[in-house]
Design a protein around this ligand. Structure first.
Ligand code: 4AZ
Length: 249
């Protein structure tokens, strides 16, 4: 998160870090992405977090895959580390366009209900353009590869589909898709999600509206952050969760 501030985990108990052995030499507790608790044994994240670009190895196979919950400091004490025993990737996810960037993880043991966040539903107003929202993560704080060791957050606002389409028309790069994505930013620039925040939450009105997905750079007013539109993708995808392959355990 660029332009952010320290966030207390007690105020955001549904934010988790995704961790895998050997990532980043252990300097970040193996953290490689964010995730969000949507049921006691279910965490949603970005599908691209499980791909080759981030993990290096074969897609969907994550050595010693755990979530770190209830803890702000990645190398700190307290909280819970729970093994991931199942992964389900949205079959409509398209790595070439970032469309449908959502995966559901199954945890080996249940988190307390107090860790669970409510998710936005289409038409409930949480995604209305201009709504204040907050993005959370342990990602890059500068745009230069300096990662946070403790959770941070930044205030942004939900932008209109028209503004998102103007920012990302798809002429030179990836196109914004209104049905399955939403975008949010800071009118002055400076506050945004960044690398390492992927899969983490965008929250408005106490509800989960987005997952950090992509964008051009970090914190530039003309290039807002693009998020997976949770209301469009979660209801149909929370159900079919299949076991992870044995090699990933
Ligand atoms: C990334 O590389 C990334 N500013 C995530 C979010 C944004 C840009 C890049 C949004 O994972």
């Amino acid at each position: 998160v660029v332009g952010g501030q320290p966030a207390r985990i007690a105020d955001a108990p549904w934010v988790v870090a995704l961790s895998s052995r050997d990532r980043f030499g252990g300097t970040r507790g193996g953290q490689f992405c964010g995730g969000v608790v949507v049921a006691p044994t279910r965490v949603v994240t970005a599908a691209h977090c499980l791909g080759r670009e981030i993990l290096g190895g074969e897609p969907w196979e994550v050595p010693d895959f755990k979530v770190i919950a209830g803890r702000s400091a990645l190398r700190g004490e307290g909280g819970k580390e729970i093994r991931v025993v199942g992964t389900w990737v949205n079959p409509a996810y398209d790595a070439a366009t970032n469309d449908g960037d959502l995966a559901v993880l199954t945890l080996a043991s249940a988190l307390p209900q107090s860790y669970v966040i409510a998710t936005a539903a289409t038409g409930d107003g949480a995604e209305t353009p201009g709504t204040p929202a907050t993005v959370y993560g342990w990602g890059d704080t500068t745009g230069n590869g300096t990662y946070a060791s403790s959770l941070r957050s930044a205030p942004v606002q939900v932008l209109s589909d028209a503004a998102c389409e103007r920012a990302y028309p798809g002429v030179f790069g990836t196109a914004y898709r209104a049905g399955t994505m939403l975008c949010a930013g800071d009118p002055q620039g400076g506050k945004d999600a960044c690398q390492g925040d992927s899969g983490g939450p965008l929250v408005a009105g106490g509800r989960l509206i987005g997952l950090v997905s992509w964008g051009s750079g970090c914190g530039q007013a003309e290039n807002p952050g693009v998020y997976t539109r949770v209301s469009a993708l979660l209801p149909s995808t929370l159900r079919p969760v299949t076991p992870v392959s044995p090699s990933a355990r």
